[in-house]
Design a protein around this ligand. Sequence first.
Ligand code: FA5
Ligand code: MG
Length: 416
Amino acid sequence: MLATRLTTFISTRAVQNTTLRCIGTRASYSTGPDFTVTDSEIKIDGKIYKKDQWTNVSPTTLSRVNRKLHLHPQHPISIIRQLIESHFHDFKTFHDISPIVTTQQNFDDLLIAKDHVTRNRSDNYYLNESTMLRAHTSAHQLQGMRSGASKFLISGDVFRRDEIDASHYPVFHQMEGVVYFDHDPVKTAEQVNADIQMGRLKEAENVKVVDDTIIKPENPMQDRHTPETLEAVASHLKYSINSMVRKLFADEPDLEVRWIDAYFPFTSPSWEVEIKYKGEWLEVLGCGVVRQELMDQAGLHDKIGHAFGLGLERLAMVLFGIPDIRLFWSQDERFIQQFTPGQIQKFQPFSKFPPCIKDISFWLPNKSWEENDFCELVRDVAGDLVENVELIDDFTHPKSDKRSLCYRILYRSMDR
Ligand code: FA5
Ligand code: MG
């Protein structure tokens, strides 16, 4: 979400001039919201959002709001949510917070600057200038901290205009975890040691974890922390994640995991964790030590905390052997019937159809171009039939200076 994006090209194509009513009762195990889109407003479950120049959410995306895959007991996303919740068994859990949030919650509360690229229309789904579909579960960190719980998990669906491939989807699920301690090196170290002795925190013996990250100026300790407290909190975070990975992947003896430095405006230092899957590193989570300004906003001036945001689809893909992220949205009974609440079973492909490849090329009308807007257009037109969109040629005419792009679109049906 922190990728650099510039301007917007295709705007509210699918929403403009459309009056569309959808009552999501298609699947036996999920219902979407009741929504109406007109020229001037979007009404979701009876609540009205006035459209403005920021509105860019499409009916395709709205139809996925509240499918709540993470709450259907038989769905792999829900199975993994419950496994993680049972690992962090003494955490307070929130899993039914509405994904419609204010930009204040999604950005400002998290110290994301007004001009930060992550706010771009081309990366997010806006209902209007001040309301959007949450782009991460971090949007509720402050809410969780204000609830009084010192350890909590928040799971839910999140929405991002993103590229299209087997591990990226515009709607996916995250689980946020936050833990905070007294800002006192002795007390914090005692709490961490107690967790280790109780067996809650363990090294991931069965998985190979590579972590050569160190605290350095590019990924610094915060001024208000001492090296001792930071050390204790960071090791609690790393033990927590590694022991969760160890538990989840107990039956995968050769799993490789690595920690790398990262940047988030709301944590410092920050890291990401990747798992080797099908020969490639797959990023599964982001985390770090919570910025003290955020703790202050929650009234927790004398506490120090860590937070993590897990990508549930990514973890489920590795754990259940699900090769394509679109499968999680399959309404085909042959998908859901394979799974049993509380159990990890390897996915058995129920049909394999050959791909159909089509190339499309076009001249750009002007210099501004956003690939995410193109991906959104492709998804609106072709839906989940699209498996991959790849730029295969980028040509600028030497005389006219006009630019032409050629994309290869790979279509493949998952179930028919
Ligand atoms: C975040 O969203 C941060 N809020 C995470 C965080 C929380 C950092 C708390 C610090 C403290 P990021 O954009 O990297 O970070 O996304 C987190 C995870 O979501 C990724 O590691 C990945 O597993 C998953 N993810 C991101 N984009 C997609 C996508 N389009 N499809 C599926 N999963 C995705
Ligand atoms: Mg990331």
